[in-house]
Design a protein around this ligand. Structure first.
Ligand code: GTP
Ligand code: MG
Length: 449
């Protein structure tokens, strides 16, 4: 009787002990001949230990989400983006632990961000975590691409310093310590560069060298304020202080995450460290021609996002759109190959059409803040009439200039028109901002108590 009563209690104790240990991926003790409890395999359990995939906008938080062991903050979070790198990741992790543990103790983490690779890189990395506690793994599902993988990693990272390096052993691991030294000296960003002393590429074909240099040159033309600060803007191996990028909305396109970070972040001090880019031994490159067009798109996107959009700049952008309307109509109406109407008549129609389209854009964008105080159709109509009156005087000046340049100076009609338009842009801007939109804002301000 006593033995039968103690059996359920014994089973309960065993179950509690094993539930506890199962949470940690191990099974403590089970009497093999007594009961068969459903044993959760360590692999399935590890999946639940994956780092949750952040969603929403790509903003790195200000405060690291958690502390290292013993309450000390994690100094470095190194993101390792992977796609089909199962053959490389074990070697990389072993090399990094060997390098970083003596320098940082437990105050670092290696965050592998895998885009659900068909070769199950994420699982290989998870299996490494048992022997390498620095390893954390994010398995991304439903989102793909190198740049966003890196940012998602930074979002989930707990370190004060955030870094990134390739998983394919092309980036020599020891450079990490030199990069960290740069940060310790005060740099906001430290970049591993192939184009400074001690840097280079091991065995690149001429065409690949040219493409890499050409891409840098194009970037230098379009974004001199960003690429002019970096000897190797194409580098995918760098680290920076969290504060330099925290709270900033990132929106990259393609592969070149460094230019995104420099363009949008606050990084007055950039340090560089030379390194030799090695050849890939295992796995395949993911670089495709599509990445080059994405790179161009990324440059243009950043160019637009970082332009100082003063009111005059916006006025000129709108003016430029008006030039297209004006020139297009002038061609349709006056060109001998089209309707062939008289130059002056055509110009007046083309000019008035451009004035109307410019008004709509200026009202909606250039002077949006001023317009916000004077809502409704009545004030809008008054602004339209004011704008039209000022621009009609500009148009009269434009027509006179066009005729003088075309008929007397014998300048080609479209060149003459462009000169005339430029000349009256200043007139239009000054008078409109002084008398039209700004006058509204002053009068409405005056009504405030
Ligand atoms: N998570 C994730 N990682 C990626 C993706 N594309 C590439 N990677 C990883 O990003 C790193 C760099 O990619 P690579 O294809 O090696 O590009 P590369 O080093 O510039 O070019 P190669 O010299 O041709 O290898 C590697 O660790 C890749 O596994 C992606 O879409 N998602
Ligand atoms: Mg590579």
């Amino acid at each position: 009787m006593g033995a039968r009563a103690s059996l359920p209690i014994g089973l309960l104790c065993i179950a509690i002990a094993n539930i506890k240990t199962l949470r940690h991926g191990r099974v403590a003790w089970l009497p093999a001949n007594l009961v068969k409890l459903p044993i959760v395999t360590s692999r399935a359990n590890m999946q639940s230990d994956l780092v949750p995939q952040p969603t929403g906008t790509l903003v790195v938080p200000n405060v690291p989400d958690g502390l290292g062991e013993g309450g000390s903050a994690i100094r470095l979070s190194l993101i390792i983006p992977t796609y089909n790198e199962s053959k490389n990741i074990p070697t990389l992790v072993a090399q990094l632990d060997e390098l970083l543990a003596p320098a940082l103790g437990t105050a670092y983490e290696l965050l592998v961000v895998d885009d659900d690779s068909p070769d199950k890189t994420w699982q290989v990395a998870q299996d490494l975590a048992a022997a390498h506690p620095s390893v954390r793994v994010m398995r991304r599902i439903g989102e793909r691409g190198l740049s966003t993988a890196v940012i998602r990693g930074w979002q989930a990272a707990r370190g004060e310093v955030l870094g990134v390096m390739d998983a394919d052993l092309q980036h020599p691991t020891d450079v990490n310590l030199k990069l960290l030294q740069q940060i310790d000296k005060g740099a906001d960003l430290a970049v591993a560069s192939r184009h400074v002393a001690d840097g280079g590429v091991s065995d690149w074909s001429l065409i690949r060298r040219l493409l890499s240099r050409g891409a840098s040159l194009l970037g230098l033309i379009l974004l001199p304020g960003v690429l002019g600060r970096l000897s190797d803007p194409m580098s995918g191996y760098f680290m920076f202080k969290r504060a330099a990028i925290a709270g900033v909305k990132l929106d990259p396109l393609g592969y070149k995450i460094l230019i995104e970070v420099v363009a949008r972040g606050a990084m007055p001090w950039i340090g560089e460290v030379g390194y030799v880019f090695r050849e890939r031994k295992e796995g395949e490159s993911k670089v495709t021609w599509r990445l080059y067009s994405q790179y161009l798109g990324h440059l243009l996107k950043l160019r637009w996002a970082t332009l100082p959009k003063s009111r005059f700049f916006r006025f000129c952008v709108v003016g430029a759109s008006g030039v297209i309307v004006d020139m297009g109509l002038l061609f349709l109406l006056s060109d001998p190959r089209m309707l062939g109407l008289g130059l002056t008549r055509s110009k007046i129609i083309a000019g008035e059409a451009a004035i109307l389209s410019n008004f709509l854009f200026n009202d909606a964008w250039t002077f949006r803040d001023v317009v916000g105080i004077q809502k409704g159709m009545g004030p809008k109509l008054r602004r339209l009439l004011g704008f039209n009156a000022i621009c009609l005087v500009g148009l009269a000046l434009n027509v006179i200039l066009l005729n003088v340049l075309f008929n007397f100076a014998h300048i080609e009609r479209y060149v003459a028109n462009a000169i005339a338009i430029l000349a009256v842009t200043g007139w239009n801007y000054v008078l409109n901002s002084k008398l039209n939109w700004t006058a509204l804002s002053v009068s409405s301000d005056a009504r405030k108590p």
